[in-house]
Design a binder for this molecule. Structure first.
Ligand code: ATP
Length: 251
């Protein structure tokens, strides 16, 4: 079943056509990578799909509904959550507190109630704290719970970003360069976490600059160039595709 259906999405910045008619679908349960050279439009694609940026034209359908004009803070409630290339933790707050805080883009309802007590139900707070504790343990961040988030390494921040996104119980998780700036050991850890999440039924779409990083991880790759989808296929198919090789070599 199709979970995400992006059709002819367009977005320009002045004369730059960052998205020039991007179309693709993602099936429920898939683990899909979005690759493409610098400036291909990958981040703009995520920004438009997640509502952070308004698109000029085109449609985004999620779980059968048109969400093209749905506000970014509304999408997590519907099951779509994203992370950012520059992680968005609150550096002067503890790791534990970060897990319970809504972000401006993703006000996690349960976390929100836990912090702001707009609802008197103490069990909501307990549920959020339990979930935060569990997730921090999964990502080996439990010993850091009382540390400032700002004291984490770049790789640990990526893990915290992932853990915070999971507080929102997504059906679809969009990850913007989860491996960028991460050392090889932590890269393998993050990849293993992503695989496990997908095994548990989570659908994932992952932006990555380097083609090689995703080849062993994803079911399928979407290759973007010049604001649209050049082709899609299994990593094996993509690695042999002359058009992809040319795009990467800039021919
Ligand atoms: P990278 O791998 O470098 O992150 P990308 O594939 O994510 O690249 P985008 O960041 O989406 O590409 O950028 C696509 C094009 O749109 C680029 O030419 C970029 O300079 C331009 N662009 C993106 N955001 C803006 C903006 N806010 N204002 C002006 N131009 C922008």
């Amino acid at each position: 079943m199709t979970l995400l259906d992006v059709a002819d999405l367009r977005r320009s910045f002045g004369s730059i056509r960052a998205l020039d008619g991007a179309s693709f679908t993602v099936e429920r349960g898939e683990l899909v990578g979005v690759i493409g050279p610098n400036g291909a439009g990958k981040t703009t694609l995520f920004n438009c799909v997640s509502g952070v940026l308004e698109s000029d034209a085109g449609t985004v359908r999620f779980d059968g509904e048109d969400v093209t004009d749905v506000a970014p803070y509304e999408l997590p409630r519907r099951g779509m959550v994203r992370t950012f290339q520059q992680t968005r933790e609150f550096s002067t707050m503890s790791v534990g507190a970060n897990m319970l805080l809504p972000t401006p883009d993703h006000p996690g309802e349960r976390a929100y109630h836990a912090v702001f007590r707009t609802d008197a139900a103490a069990d909501r707070e307990r549920a959020a704290r339990d979930q935060a504790e569990e997730l921090l343990a999964v990502f080996d961040l439990d010993t850091m719970v009382d540390e400032y988030a700002g004291s984490l390494s770049g790789g640990q921040r990526k893990l915290l970003e992932l853990a915070r996104a999971l507080m929102l119980d997504p059906d679809l998780l969009l990850l913007d360069e989860p491996f960028a700036g991460v050392n090889p050991t932590l890269t393998r850890d993050i990849a293993a976490h992503i695989e496990a999440l997908n095994d548990d039924g989570l659908t994932l779409l992952i932006i990555e600059h380097e083609l090689e990083t995703l080849t062993d991880l994803v079911d399928r790759l979407i290759v973007m160039t010049n604001g649209s989808v050049l082709t899609t296929g299994t990593p094996e198919e993509i690695l042999e595709d002359q058009r992809v090789i040319d795009a990467y070599l800039g021919n």
